[in-house]
Every structure is written in structure tokens, then in C-alpha cells.
Design a binder for this molecule. Structure first.
Ligand SMILES: [Zn+2]
Length: 445
């Protein structure tokens, strides 16, 4: 094997242009017996002493290195880089010798910069795991992960920009951990692993941050870390019907209004109607419902929105529920659900115009009134109680139209990321991966 013919190659020949590495020139390329391509290169960047900055031309020795590089034209390639070890031209310089380098092949590198960048981009932009990116690049997991960490720092580095609509949601970070108490023999919980996530609901920042745990203090801790100007900019915070986050928001963002996610309000009403149906069927038949019961046959129709039912379906529901006393109880719960929904349906997304607060409260009053008229249905009393406790937050959600839907969809991404990784051991790595995953779609050109 030859060590390239120093001095005779043109400044930028065809092979070097194909190879495409700044400051490196291809001196020779050949195919080995096993079919692999071997590319020989040398550095063309002037050798500048890192000690004193003098450019030196005096060669001390030649060194051949084999840094791992990207595939060349789709084929696996061995890259042999001949570096020169130079003697410093300055007599007084404490650094006697040094090795020349180029941006892609810094001193002591065993992997070229572009291969590391490729592995980092695979994880950050394509959602490949660091383990898979490392396997593909033929490098170690720590190298691939470090490349991803550097790339992620460039994307997530700066503090989040101000957001007007903030979403807060929790998701399970991993399975709870248990341990057997040696003294009593009982199983005790070591850790219940949750993350509280903060989302930008109307911008493209995706996930703003995460904090370990799921208590009010955990959520408040993250909000306390933000700048006062950032906190002042938040106008509406969307949460699930969860007192933990509400108290954290009231404590840390006293000027922001809270909006509960309306999906969860409707879900609660649907569940209440189903509870009444189950109880009524048990009263009627003395057993749980089964296929063939008329009430069981309309189960799915009762869960549907009233406006989605056809005239025949509506007729079927009314006929079935009118037939028996317990059936009428189901009808009462069903009407309560629809009365609550009529208040929520005032939102601009449904009607096309922003409702006023008085209208929403008026329809909610009609719902309370219906529940009060049917005080012998305990499930409705409990539903009305919950809605009354969250009335201000529901009214804010209807009048502002802010929902936590973005947060729920990004939450799905967070769970998907954990599955791809087969779970995470390191919470910091998990947060970084999830944050990058949540910005991926908005970073695509
Ligand atoms: Zn020097």
C-alpha cells in the first residue's frame, strides 16, 4: 500500500470533490479483495502550531490514522488519513511538535465529525434510538448519544419563549417500582414514576419542559424556575379536572385564568349516564345487562352526541326509554348529559362566534336546574356538584376556546418515545428525547 504521493495532486480533483471533506484531499482510492472501498487522504489545511500559532512546513514524521467515516457513495469504506506531525518553526515555543488537523478530523479523533453529526441527526430528526443509530454508524452507544446530546443542546438550548396559552398534563414515565419489606414481608412501593409536562398550546415550541413527580409542589417548582416576565405572559392555562395542577397554577400564576379540558367534562357526563343505565338495568332485571335487552341495544346510541343521531335512532332511544320506569331514569341522565353539552357547545369552534359568559352560565344553570328537579338520581347530584366546583374553569374554556388537545397528542409522542427506547433508566435523557420528539414535526422544512 502506498502512502499517497504528496505534492503532486491538483488542488481539488474529482475524487476529492466526490469525497466532500473540507480540508482533506483524496490521494488514492482502491477496491479491496473483499469488495470494501479504501480511500486514502491527506490534510491540506496549513499546519498551525496550537501553542504559538506559527505555520510550520517542517515535517517531523508521517502518521496514518483510520478514523471511522460515513459510507462513501453508499458503500462501506475504510478511510486512511495520512497526517503529518510537524516541528514547530519557532525556537522558543514550548510545544516542540504537533499534528495537523482539519475541521472534520480534529486532533485525536477516531470518528469523523460528519459521521457523529449523521448519527446525532438520525436520533434528533428521524426518531431513531441512539442504540440503533450507533449500530448503523458502527460506533459505540456513548459516542452516538453524545452526538445527539450536542445536537439537542443546539435545538433546545435557549429558554422557552413566552406563551399565552400553557397546557399542563401528567404522564407515567415508567412502571412503579416495588420492594418486599424484609421485616414485615409486605410489598411497599419504592417509586411511582410520573412526569408533569408543560406544553405550548398555540405556538410551535411543543413541550416546554418536564419535571419529575406529580404533586402540586412538583408543578409549582417548574413554574417557579421560569422568569417573572415569562410567568406574566401566560394568560390561560389548560388542565384536566385535577386540583393538583389548579392549586399550583393559582400559587405561581395568580393572574392567569384556568381552563379545564372540555373533553374530560363530557367524558365525565357520559360516564355518569352509563352508571345510571347500569343501575337502572339491575333494578329492572336483577342482573347486569346483556345482548337482547332493549336498554342494552341502545347503549352505544346513548354515548353518542344527540346531533349525530339519525331520526330513526332518536326514535328508537325514546321508545325504549319510555317503556319502563328505570328506562325513564336512564332518559333523565341522558338529558342531563345533553344539557351540559349544550353549554359546552357554545364555544366558538362549534358556533363560529365567541360566546359571552352570561350565555354559558345560563345554560349551565339549566343543567343544574334539571339535576335539582331529579334529586332522586344520586349520580346526577354528584355530577352537578363536580361541575359546580369547576364552573369558572369550564366557562373560561368555553369562552376562550383553549383546549388541552395539543398536550394530549404530544403526550402520546412522549409515550411512544418511551416504548421505542424500551423504557428509560435516566430521567434526564428521557426528558431530552421527549422534548426533541415534540419539536420534530415543526422543525421539518
Ligand atoms: Zn509553536
Amino acid at each position: 500500500m502506498t502512502i499517497g504521493n504528496y505534492g503532486s495532486a491538483p488542488a481539488q480533483d474529482t475524487a476529492s470533490a466526490l469525497f466532500g471533506m473540507d480540508g482533506v484531499e483524496v490521494t488514492e482510492a482502491e477496491r479491496e479483495a473483499d469488495g470494501r472501498l479504501t480511500v486514502w487522504g491527506r490534510i491540506t489545511v496549513p499546519a498551525r502550531c496550537p501553542g504559538c500559532g506559527t505555520v510550520s512546513e517542517k515535517v517531523h514524521q508521517y502518521v496514518t490514522t483510520r478514523p471511522r467515516d460515513v459510507r462513501a457513495c453508499g458503500q462501506d469504506a475504510n478511510f486512511c488519513l495520512v497526517k503529518r506531525r510537524m516541528e514547530c518553526a519557532r525556537e522558543s515555543c514550548p510545544r516542540k511538535t504537533f499534528t495537523q488537523w482539519a475541521p472534520q478530523v480534529p486532533p485525536r479523533c477516531t470518528i469523523t465529525r460528519r459521521l457523529l453529526d449523521h448519527a446525532g441527526a438520525e436520533v434528533a430528526d428521524r426518531g431513531v434510538t441512539p442504540a440503533e443509530a450507533a449500530r448503523d454508524a458502527g460506533i459505540s452507544w456513548p459516542s452516538a448519544h453524545e452526538a445527539f446530546r450536542e445536537k439537542a443542546a443546539g435545538i433546545l438550548g435557549e429558554d422557552p419563549a413566552p406563551v399565552a396559552h400553557l397546557g399542563i398534563d401528567e404522564h407515567r414515565r415508567g412502571r412503579p417500582r416495588w420492594r418486599k419489606d424484609t421485616g414485615t414481608g409486605e410489598t411497599v412501593q419504592l417509586a411511582d414514576r410520573w412526569h408533569v409536562c408543560f406544553y405550548d398550546l398555540d405556538g410551535n415550541q411543543g413541550l416546554l419542559g418536564q419535571v419529575e413527580g406529580r404533586t402540586s409542589d412538583d408543578a409549582a417548582y417548574w413554574l417557579a424556575g421560569a422568569t417573572p416576565a415569562w410567568r406574566d405572559a401566560v394568560q390561560v392555562v389548560a388542565i384536566d379536572m385535577c386540583t393538583i395542577f389548579a392549586s399550583a397554577v393559582r400559587r405561581m400564576l395568580p393572574d392567569a385564568r384556568i381552563a379545564v379540558d372540555l373533553f374530560h367534562v363530557v367524558q365525565l357526563a357520559v360516564k355518569t349516564a352509563a352508571d345510571v343505565r347500569r343501575r337502572a338495568i339491575r333494578e329492572l332485571y336483577g342482573r347486569r345487562g346483556k345482548a337482547g335487552d332493549p336498554e342494552y341495544g341502545i347503549k352505544v346510541l346513548l354515548n353518542r352526541n344527540l346531533e349525530s343521531l339519525s331520526a330513526e335512532q332518536f326514535e328508537k332511544v325514546i321508545e325504549t326509554l319510555d317503556a319502563t320506569g328505570p328506562g325513564q331514569q336512564i332518559a333523565i341522565a341522558w338529558i342531563a348529559k345533553e344539557k351540559l353539552r349544550s353549554a359546552l357547545n357554545l364555544r366558538a369552534r362549534v358556533t363560529g362566534s365567541t360566546p359571552c359568559e352570561r350565555q354559558v352560565r345560563g345554560r349551565l344553570f339549566a343543567f343544574y336546574d334539571w339535576c335539582a328537579q331529579n334529586e332522586d338520581t344520586p349520580e346526577l347530584q354528584s355530577l352537578a356538584g363536580t361541575i359546580a366546583r369547576w364552573e369558572n374553569e369550564i366557562v373560561t374554556a368555553v369562552t376562550t376556546g383553549v383546549t388541552n388537545a395539543t398536550a394530549e397528542s404530544l403526550n402520546r409522542l412522549a409515550k411512544l418515545e418511551a416504548r421505542r427506547a424500551y423504557g428509560f433508566r435516566n430521567p434526564t435523557n428521557q426528558r431530552r428525547r421527549v422534548r426533541i420528539a415534540c419539536t420534530r414535526s415543526t422543525r421539518r422544512p
